[in-house]
Write a protein that binds this ligand. Structure first.
Ligand code: PA5
Length: 455
């Protein structure tokens, strides 16, 4: 196993538990498709084709907007007890991934106050009344800022939550409410842009050729991250270094290899990829990853199903299935090589629990052995697995991981001959819902739709 690496080593892909299973000819076919996918990505991003703007974000981000983000974040940190992030899908998952990974004490009042980080609450990512109902009570005696994020400006979950929160803030703060609402949306179009213009909100823009799930390195993610006290310079630097590493190594890069190997496994019948690891702080990151790959690849009857598990917790629930269930699974472990903190297991002279063989050893060491044991057992059980080795969990490496997966995702989709940047399938449920909710313009469809329900 690769040992801890020195400062600023880049992310590495360890394939030792895939290699044995590899059929060289099949792999070569996918490799060739990968080569073409790589050329296509580079060419399309050079042409600034639709959806490819994220590829250059680590270099070409809006510097003026970046300074405004830092300034506003500092003001919010001074003035807010609570920062509401109203958004769904790509408009919130990235920020949640980072804050859950890097601000593990978000729920701890004392630490938060000490660091001057407002409580960050994610709303508008479902229709359920309970979270909003509780929220209005929770924030009643707190200083509140709200960042509504929607590229289209018309997503119903976000728009409804925003209407309720806006009405609450306007009632509570009067005209001052407009200074506490920040809108992150398309540069020109959409209902949210119109409203922001009319009400005079501070606004940030989502570049036209950056889709929601690829937008965490725009104001969509950067403002909430800066409010959360995460060093956004480090995030962008990590993404940039990952990009440079990818461009330098190209077909030898870990990003390219990951895209090729996962598609090789897919062709071999491994239809489900489990992103996993022994890092509870990365559970929300896995949710971001699932959206990125699921929405980008699941099309035309194709696509690896992205799933996630959090070990060792889930070894005691789903571990049995992984070890012995249908052999359609492969795993991608995120292996963080150096923990931020550690604890040593104490000696107990009575040793009633029989654990003295572990005395003096650290939890990080136990965890590493658990990871090694698990990946070997799963490989032996017919679950090929690879390990993405990340030197440390910090803003820099999370930025690098974002670029790693975004690029691998685009390459994978091209390898599979689908467009990574569309999500037409998401419209189907919305259309039905709009008809059932009597949205103007859908009247003609109502009767036919209702006749299909028998309950
Ligand atoms: O990746 C995407 O484009 C989507 O998942 C969107 O992020 C999500 O649907 C939210 O859309 P919007 O930002 O327009 O409200």
């Amino acid at each position: 196993m690769k040992e801890k690496v020195s400062k600023n080593s880049m992310i590495n892909l360890n394939l030792e538990f895939v290699d044995e299973a590899v059929d060289k000819q099949e792999l070569a076919k996918i490799f060739n498709k990968g080569e073409k996918a790589l050329e296509k990505l580079i060419e399309l991003s050079r042409e600034k084709a639709a959806g490819t703007g994220w590829f250059d974000l680590p270099i070409n981000y809006d510097k003026e907007e970046f300074l405004r983000i830092l300034e506003l974040a500092s003001q919010i940190r001074d003035e807010a007890d609570v920062f509401l992030l109203i958004g769904i899908g790509g408009s919130y998952l990235g920020a949640k991934a980072f804050t859950d990974a890097l601000v593990p004490d978000m729920g701890c009042e004392r630490v938060r106050r000490h660091k001057q980080i407002p409580e960050i609450i994610f709303v508008g990512n479902n229709f359920h009344p309970r979270p909003l109902y509780d929220l209005l009570d929770h924030i009643s005696d707190k200083s509140v800022y709200a960042n509504v994020i929607s590229k289209s400006g018309s997503t119903l979950e976000t728009a409804i939550a925003f209407r309720i929160i806006r009405s609450y803030l306007e009632e509570r703060y009067g005209d001052e409410a407009n200074n506490r609402i920040i809108a992150t949306t398309d540069l020109q179009d959409g209902a949210l842009r119109d409203m922001a213009n009319r009400k005079g909100y501070e606004t940030f823009s989502i570049p036209g050729n950056v889709g929601g799930r690829f937008s965490v390195l725009t104001a969509v993610g950067l403002l909430p991250l800066a409010v959360a006290g995460i060093n956004v310079d480090h995030v962008l630097q990590g993404a940039l270094d990952m990009k440079l590493d990818f461009e330098r190594k190209a077909l030898e890069s870990s990003i390219f290899k990951y895209a090729v190997v996962r598609n090789y496994l897919y062709q071999k019948g491994y239809e489900i990829e489990i992103l996993t690891g022994f890092e509870p702080d990365l559970e929300s990151f896995a949710e971001w990853w699932k959206q990125l790959f699921g929405e980008s690849e699941g099309k035309e009857g194709k696509g690896i199903f992205p799933a996630s598990l959090s070990y060792s917790r889930d070894l005691h629930s789903m571990g049995q299935y992984v070890q012995e269930g249908p052999r359609k699974l492969f795993e991608t472990f995120i292996h963080v090589l150096e923990q931020r903190v550690d604890l040593v297991i104490p000696e107990d002279y009575e040793d009633i629990d029989g654990l003295n063989y572990l005395s003096g050893r650290s939890l990080a060491e136990v965890q590493d052995m658990a990871l090694r044991g698990t990946s070997l057992a799963h490989k032996d059980g017919g679950v090929p697995n690879m390990r993405i080795e990340v030197p440390r969990l910090n803003a820099y490496y999370l930025g690098a991981l974002v670029f790693f997966f975004e690029t691998a995702c685009a390459l994978s989709a091209y390898i599979n001959d689908v467009s990574p940047f569309t999500q037409d399938g998401v419209e189907a449920y919305k259309q039905n819902m709009f008809v059932l909710l009597d949205k103007p313009g859908t009247e003609d469809l109502k009767e036919e739709l209702e006749s299909r329900f028998h309950g």
